[in-house]
Design a binder for this molecule. Structure first.
Ligand code: CAO
Length: 419
């Protein structure tokens, strides 16, 4: 028995934000029926193609454990089938451009009428307001959610991050909203609408930067390295480079091999609790009792000097040797791992966070498995479906079409099937 056994999801999602959400629900055990346009399907099937004729990694890595149902929802028979699907499902998840579902004739009022227990969950770029009608992609959300203005170095342009906080981050927010709405439905019998705007999701993940905005109104942000460098603050939270976001100063430091290896770096945190251990490791025992260095407030204006001294030591060690020395002493450090190192990591493969999946068109590929671990439930990562692979199965098993009725729907052209 899996946590979401018996929960059926009508998955109208595409690209990344929505598919992240429904993939997680599938890993929790829900039956996820991905409804796609016949012939083309989710646009990502054909984006960034690396194996000609096969679904792209963009698609396969976001659509594991789902079933694919191809249906033209603008065709009359297609609308009939969609209405039945809405009656049979517990949750409808979508991330169409604003208004697309209404134009299809399946806005919230219609969905609720067909199935009052339905939970209708949406990702949109912006919440209600002046930008509500805008289409949004990842980097737009990162910019509009405050992430770009606070990422990068103070003397350079705003930067977007590699972590897909707008798409995958919002998918996570939506999944949480859906689970809460399912629990609420257990208690009340009622469905509801759940909305996760991408801008709001990014703002939620940038919470500490709004904290700093308000602290800035009271004085300079002393833990930011620009304070030690004497660079004046403006009126909004600045880009902080690699400074640690919390009250424990940290930086990215060079390690042995940095001249040729772009990832020969470590993150090093000068946590106050282990200051004396840090002094011993880097060969500065005198800093343990020197009042100029012994306390966190005394060190704040000297962080450049402190990290330069630490870096003199880290440059003599590989990023993994730094860990070997620091971890037993309780000094928080972390190697800068490349995607190559992550994909080959034995520990991550053992826990199922990095998995290998077989696919009939593209062969074996590496993917990210379920990042949440359960004591009662092992997540088996199953390959993404081919376009329309489960159409006939869903028409008969889920929607009850049989015999002549099944032939009528299949021959109507509203559904796409594969041989
Ligand atoms: N049968 C028939 N029509 C279908 C269909 C189906 N099975 N599935 C989709 N369509 C139609 C939609 O009804 C829509 O038609 P109309 O424009 O006539 O109403 C059309 O396909 C296009 O859908 P869309 O507007 O969602 O797609 P797009 O490529 O124009 O925009 C995106 C893509 C992502 C910008 C937009 O969907 C969006 O802003 N979504 C919300 C925010 C979001 O999730 N962004 C992140 C995406 S990941 O980076």
């Amino acid at each position: 028995m899996t946590p979401l056994d018996g929960v059926r999801i009508l998955d109208f999602t595409h690209v990344q934000s929505g598919p992240t959400c429904t993939q997680l629900l599938a890993w929790l055990g829900a039956d996820v029926i991905k409804v796609e346009r016949p012939g083309s399907g989710d646009a990502t099937r054909n984006q960034l193609v690396d194996v000609p004729g096969a679904d792209s990694l963009y698609f396969t890595m976001l659509n594991h454990n789902k079933r694919s149902f191809t249906l033209n929802t603008k065709d009359e028979t297609g609308k009939e089938v969609l209405a039945k699907l809405i009656e049979e499902c517990d949750v409808l998840v979508e991330n169409f451009a604003p208004g697309a579902l209404d134009r299809m004739g399946f806005g919230w009022d219609k969905v609720k009428e067909l199935n009052p227990r339905m939970i209708m969950a949406s990702v949109k770029g912006f919440g209600p307001g002046k930008f509500a009608d805008c289409k949004v992609y990842e980097n737009v959300a990162q910019c509009a959610g405050g992430s770009a203005s606070t990422t990068g170095f103070p003397d350079d342009v705003p930067l977007v991050t590699g972590a897909q906080i707008g798409d995958s981050g919002t998918g996570l927010h939506l999944a949480l909203g859906i689970l809460a709405a399912l629990l609420h439905r257990e208690r009340t019998g009622r469905g509801q609408r759940v909305l996760a705007p991408m801008q709001d999701g990014v703002i939620n993940l940038c919470r500490v930067k709004l904290r700093d905005q308000q602290r800035l109104e009271k004085g300079p942000l002393e833990e930011y390295s620009q304070y030690g460098k004497g660079i004046p603050f403006g009126d909004s939270t600045p880009r902080a480079g690699n400074d640690s976001g919390g009250g424990q100063p940290g930086r990215v430091l060079r390690c042995k091999g940095w001249e040729t290896d772009p990832n020969a770096y470590t993150y090093f945190i000068t946590q106050a609790a282990v200051w004396t251990q840090i002094c011993d490791v880097i060969g500065k025992p005198e800093w343990k009792s020197d009042p100029e260095y012994a306390t966190p407030p005394a060190r704040l204006p000297k962080l450049d000097e402190v990290f330069d001294a630490i870096e003199e030591w880290t440059k003599t060690k590989t990023k993994f040797e730094v860990m070997e020395v620091c971890n037993p002493l309780g000094i928080p450090v972390g190697p800068i791992l490349s995607m190559k190192e992550i994909s080959e990591d034995e520990g991550l493969r053992r826990t199922g966070t990095i998995v290998e999946v077989d696919h009939p068109e593209r062969g074996r590929y590496v993917s990210v498995g379920c990042p949440i671990k359960f004591s009662d439930h092992d997540v088996e990562v199953k390959r993404s479906p081919l376009l329309g692979e489960h159409t006939v199965e869903i028409l008969s098993e889920v929607l009850g079409y049989e015999g002549g009725e099944l032939d009528r729907v299949v021959q109507s052209g509203a559904v796409g099937t594969i041989d």
